[in-house]
Design a protein around this ligand. Structure first.
Ligand code: SDX
Length: 427
């Protein structure tokens, strides 16, 4: 393949270098384009624009491939713990037994939050959305944990604090929103078990950990752990590029994830399925609305910027729905509606033409319902899963010697120069 592309205009030409990734992805390096030609490129939503070189996650949208540090997500979902997956994403390789033990001790030792944080929670209106609370509380952590002396120490301890405390903070918002006693993390419980216990244990009715629910949560968080340069990860990288602290960068990622076109879709899918159920299960109306260009309604949980085939994570999630509901002996009418909706949509020419398939959010809410997670916390669950990915991507950008502050250009389409008009002369 040529090492350059030639850009010709008005009789002039320049050569722009071609970058080829380890999996054969190709990019034109346009970093000198404006200097050499006066042109910029325009790409709304950055659908054709790469923001960075990255060695963390590889996705092939046509083949439905997803690998973290080269390991297929299917193998990690089958064999890894979420802690191992987080370590892999952040450090670039799976931990040895000794590294995993040290990582576990660090997470346990940092899993409590400052008691003063409780008053923050108690002053949010009871109906506050948990994503707004989580984003605020993560940002507030800087106030409790000021910058450390060395950059190295700051980075390592802050990453560990975030991973350790995010579960505690999420469970606290749930308990306090219900006026229930806050349950503290326990040293004898592993990462996923600890979260479930903090969510559902009560002083009068101890929570019994169900291995099927623990497995489902482990797989759920592994499937959500990273996804290259998605909207929220890009937000983390952009905020981090200004050298804002990691808490602020992660808080911005949580805010971006909240959107219904992104992580908020898992909650929107359940709301959509409930609406269909309320209409007697008539999913055909939802499909018709999704196809109607005059209607802003989208079939939530369908479509993807990168996957133009079945999201590999959705395949695993769908299979997990069946296994989990059977093991827990739960029947969820929304799962039946989801399957009928998927079958009908995938046969519909509109969805075929646009390559619209279920994405991770289409079945994930069914799993969370079966575990007992309230719908308004579904996107918080996504955020806890994505946290290691955000941290890994942020760290990679900090370690990149060529990284600079993110500041895109624009093409101005407003007024040409006009003079100020005194108020008396304005009509
Ligand atoms: C996540 O980027 C990531 O990796 C995200 C994520 C991650 O792990 O971080 O995978 C998590 O966010 C998954 C996506 C969750 N969102 C939803 O399920 C919301 C519903 N989906 C869509 O809004 C949409 O598919 C997006 C936002 C996911 C992708 O949008 P794109 O790539 O910008 O595509 P588009 O909006 O330009 O759509 C292209 C065409 C449009 O038709 P035209 O205007 O060209 O005629 O496809 C249509 C769209 O109307 N279309 C849909 C549709 N998705 C796209 N039509 C109906 N229903 C849909 N769901």
């Amino acid at each position: 393949m040529d090492e350059f592309v030639t850009f010709t205009y008005n009789g002039k030409e320049i050569k722009l270098p071609v970058i080829i990734g380890t999996e054969g992805e190709k990019a034109i390096d346009i970093s000198t384009l404006r200097r050499d030609t006066g042109f910029i490129t325009l790409d709304p939503g950055y659908a054709n624009t790469g923001s960075c070189l990255s060695a963390i996650t590889y996705m092939d949208g046509e083949k439905g491939i997803l690998r973290y540090r080269g390991i297929p997500v299917e193998q990690l979902a089958e064999h890894a713990t979420f802690k191992e997956t987080a370590y892999l994403l952040i450090n670039g390789k799976l931990p040895t037994r000794e590294q995993l033990t040290r990582f576990s001790v660090m997470l346990n030792d940092n899993s409590l939050v400052h008691e003063d944080l409780k008053t923050f929670y108690q002053n949010f209106p009871r109906a506050s959305h948990p994503m707004g609370i989580l984003s605020s509380m993560v940002n507030a952590l800087r106030s409790f944990y000021p910058e450390l002396d060395t950059f190295e120490e700051e980075i390592n301890l802050t990453m560990t604090r975030l991973l350790a405390k995010v579960r505690t903070m999420a469970a606290m918002s749930y308990k306090i929103s219900r006026g229930h006693t806050v349950v503290y993390p326990r040293p004898d419980l592993a990462y996923c078990e600890n979260f479930l216990n903090m969510m559902f244990d009560t002083p009068v009715k101890p929570y019994e950990l169900n291995p099927a629910a623990v497995k489902a949560l482990r797989v759920f968080w592994i499937l959500h752990a990273d996804h290259e340069q998605n909207c929220s990860t890009s937000a983390v990288r952009v905020v981090g590029s200004a050298r804002a602290n990691l808490y602020a960068a992660i808080s911005s990622g949580i805010s971006a994830l909240w959107g219904p076109l992104h992580g908020g879709a898992n909650q929107a899918v359940i709301e959509m399925l409930n609406d269909i159920k309320a209409n007697g299960g008539d999913y055909k109306k939802a499909i018709a609305k999704a196809k109607d260009k005059t209607d802003p309604f989208r079939l939530m949980g369908f479509g993807h910027r990168v996957y133009k085939t079945y999201d590999p994570r959705a395949k695993i999630m769908k299979k997990m729905c069946d296994e989990l509901l059977e093991t827990l002996q739960i029947s969820d009418p929304l799962l039946d509606i989801a399957k009928e909706l998927e079958e009908a949509a995938r046969k519909d020419q509109y969805f075929i033409d646009y390559n619209l398939y279920p994405n991770i959010d289409f079945y994930s809410g069914i799993v969370l319902r079966a575990i007992g997670i309230p719908t308004n916390m579904f996107t918080v669950m996504f955020a806890i899963g994505r946290l290691p990915g955000w941290i890994a991507q942020w760290k990679e950008s900090m370690d990149d010697p060529n990284w600079k502050i993110c500041r895109p250009r624009q093409i101005y389409t407003g007024h040409t120069q006009e003079d100020f008009i005194p108020i008396q002369a304005r009509t």
